[in-house]
Design a binder for this molecule. Structure first.
Ligand SMILES: CC(C)(COP(=O)(O)OP(=O)(O)OC[C@H]1O[C@@H](n2cnc3c(N)ncnc32)[C@H](O)[C@@H]1OP(=O)(O)O)[C@@H](O)C(=O)NCCC(=O)NCCS
Length: 151
């Protein structure tokens, strides 16, 4: 597996995070980072991570406990258009799961993605997520149960 590091977004790395781009056809798959991190620590209750390959920021992820439902969500996982299909997305998701499984009380990880986002669907299923059958705001919801040997 490729070697990546997840590091909390800092004042130094956030301009790089803001410059990460998606393919045109992926533009509607997730909200642009601009809306998420246009202000440093715009959402301090969630953990915002820059995905590094060596010195270079290649992606962005954000997770945390949603105060509305009390569940732990991966709100965001994206890899820059020029760095996709090199294993970074999968490696980042593996590390996110590792990180989140250490949070006391986090027994389930939730994620949402658009029905047409077959790459996200296959990626999450390959790491043990299962669809809950729920849809929220037009997105399929999938959950990883950390109690069933994934922790
Ligand atoms: C989903 C995303 C993070 C995957 O990142 P990535 O670095 O390209 O993914 P990887 O290289 O690790 O590939 C993961 C798997 O998806 C497959 N894959 C990736 N892009 C693909 C594509 N365009 N078409 C078909 N398969 C694709 C890979 O072959 C790999 O499959 P494998 O595990 O069977 O080998 C990236 O496509 C992205 O940023 N998409 C837009 C944002 C998004 O949809 N985020 C998820 C919503 S939560």
């Amino acid at each position: 597996m490729v070697d990546i590091e997840l590091k909390e977004v800092t004042r130094e790395s956030w301009p790089e995070v803001m410059n990460l781009a998606l393919k045109l056809e992926q533009g509607g798959l997730v909200a642009p980072n601009f809306y998420r991190v246009r202000e440093f620590k715009a959402e301090p209750e969630f953990v915002q991570l820059a995905i590094f390959n060596g010195e270079e920021v290649v992606g962005f992820a954000m997770y945390g406990r949603d105060p509305d439902d009390g569940k732990y969500w991966i709100f965001r996982l994206m890899i820059d258009v020029d760095h996709q299909r090199q294993g970074f997305g999968k490696a980042a998701l593996v590390k996110l799961i590792e990180l989140m499984s250490k949070i006391p009380g986090c027994d389930e990880i939730y994620v949402g993605y658009r029905p047409e986002n077959f790459v996200a669907h296959a990626l999450h299923l390959s790491l043990g997520f299962q669809r809950t059958g729920q849809m929220l705001q037009g997105e399929y919801i999938a959950m990883l149960d950390l109690r069933s040997g994934n922790k």
